[in-house]
Design a protein around this ligand. Sequence first.
Ligand SMILES: [Fe+2]
Ligand SMILES: [Fe+2]
Length: 225
Amino acid sequence: MAESVRMRITETRRSYHEKSDEELELDRHQAPKGISDRVALAFVKVLRFVADAFFAKRYGHRAVVLETVAAVPGMVGGTLQHLRSLRRLKDDDGWIFTLLDEAENERMHLMTFMEIARPNWFERFIVVFTQGVFYNAFFLLYLISNRTAHRLVGYFEEEAIISYTRYLEQIDKGEAENVPAPQIAIDYWQLPSDARLREVVLAVRADEVMHRDVNHQFADTLSQA
Ligand SMILES: [Fe+2]
Ligand SMILES: [Fe+2]
């Protein structure tokens, strides 16, 4: 594919890549307000527990499997906001593009980590099974309460930030090899040609911070509506 087609960094995303760790507020946690936030948070914590038990410190494999899940909500939200805009004959205030870009961005995380960790057959089975369940469940949740759906994603992203921070620590300690960045990542994030895994993980983590902020913001906007 032509390189130019891969270079799809939006201005907002670029601004996140330019922020320092302090500005990114890596450990920012949105305190749950009300029952739906608590349900969303509890669900994410259960999932975190399961993922920790299954993947332990295999962060490359963890990234591959979880990014196949992470790329779903943006597409579901984008589709449903698109239909809502058509139905109500009303503008979306940029939500659709933001959500579809999130889905694309998460899929590029997946394509990148596929170059670093190859899932085994059991992980591939989990990917297929989880997609069948999660796509439909998230679609239903979004129909019932889009606010809860965005809050859920916000909390997912908080956990993703923690996981990528641990992955970085592993790279820094030499426990994970700081291999050269895959070409697909260099093209997509416009990294220097000699970039390494560490720079890729930093870029991915900044993306997750943006998803966290956007989704919590969307949930807040919907709860005020
Ligand atoms: Fe991601
Ligand atoms: Fe994300």
